[in-house]
Design a protein around this ligand. Structure first.
Ligand SMILES: C[S@@+](CC[C@H](N)C(=O)[O-])C[C@H]1O[C@@H](n2cnc3c(N)ncnc32)[C@H](O)[C@@H]1O
Length: 277
């Protein structure tokens, strides 16, 4: 069995894959319905399973994201359903969620109303509701395809979901929200050619690109957060590492105080936090 994963890893390595070993183990485990750590317990593999692994390895070697092949993505403690049409959650966003959890945990039960803008698969809200009780959580997403995944991933968690534009969502919550969180699209429209092909070819454009300077959606996030938050409420939003000063400026212009840039796990400046006066 490990021989099958070994062969698959060799094929992925020859195709230039960045992580052939882990990818091969995940694909073989996916086909066999096991966790990667259980692969060593399997002696015999059917011809059908071998053929299914071969087909997935071929697709992975051609550049399809691993998460589209398995239909799953991992984010903090959550396993999310993903596929074509929805942004694959990234590990760099996990640090921003940690910041939000710390701030929400410091608030009493009944004062933990949180709104996620640009929710995609729902990874952020799934992690928030999965790791902290007493949340009154709401999330908005504009893409109908992504919204299908959002509904599926947050089913049964009591989250208020809206399919629509964040610009005019949740008017009924104006002035009452404790924390607004967003990982919006933030790539300048002209930078399409600078992105790796596995990103451009497989993440939806609406999840990536946002106007000429990449800041259009972040301007809306700042305006919507200023509308939704109660006095003293907090906002956090992810951004490109090259945009930290511009993002701080646009949150300050929207009326926020304590506007601070934070690093991701790779020590790149990747998310802003701010407080409404
Ligand atoms: C970078 S993805 C982030 C998804 C998810 N929050 C995550 O971190 O994995 C941005 C998401 O914002 C959505 N989006 C873009 N413009 C929007 C808008 N005006 N209103 C609501 N959602 C929007 C996209 O469809 C996409 O799902």
């Amino acid at each position: 069995m490990s021989e099958l994963a070994y062969e698959a890893a060799g094929r992925l390595a020859r195709s230039g894959s960045a992580s052939p070993g882990p990818d091969a183990r995940l694909l073989v485990a996916h086909v066999l319905g096991l966790r990667p750590g259980e692969l060593m317990l399997v002696d015999e593999v059917s011809d059908e399973a071998r053929a299914a692994v071969d087909a997935l390895v071929e697709r992975r070697a051609a550049g399809e994201p691993l998460q589209h092949l398995t239909g799953e993505a991992y984010f903090r403690r959550e396993t999310l359903a993903v596929g074509p049409g929805v942004f694959i959650p990234r590990p760099e966003t996990e640090v921003m969620v940690g910041w939000a959890l710390d701030r929400l945990a410091a608030r009493p039960d009944g004062e933990r109303r949180v709104v996620e803008l640009c929710a995609g698969s729902g990874a952020i809200t799934a992690a928030l509701t999965g790791e902290l009780g007493g949340l009154d959580a709401h999330a908005v997403e504009i893409s109908p395809e992504a919204f299908g995944y959002l509904e599926r991933n947050l089913a049964g968690r009591g989250v208020g979901l809206v399919l629509g534009d964040m610009g005019d969502a949740f008017g009924e919550l104006d002035g009452t929200v404790d924390l607004v969180i967003a990982n919006p699209p933030y790539v300048p429209a002209g930078h399409r050619n600078l992105l790796p092909s596995d990103v451009v070819d497989h993440d939806p454009g609406i999840a990536l690109f946002s106007g000429a300077d990449g800041l259009d959606a972040l301007r809306v996030v700042a305006a919507v957060a200023a509308r939704l938050l109660r006095p003293g409420g907090l906002v956090t939003a992810e951004h490109d590492e090259s945009h930290a000063p511009a993002v701080r400026a646009l949150f300050a212009e929207a009326g926020f105080l304590d506007v601070v840039t934070h690093d991701d796990l790779a020590r790149r400046p990747r998310f802003v936090t701010a407080r409404l006066p």
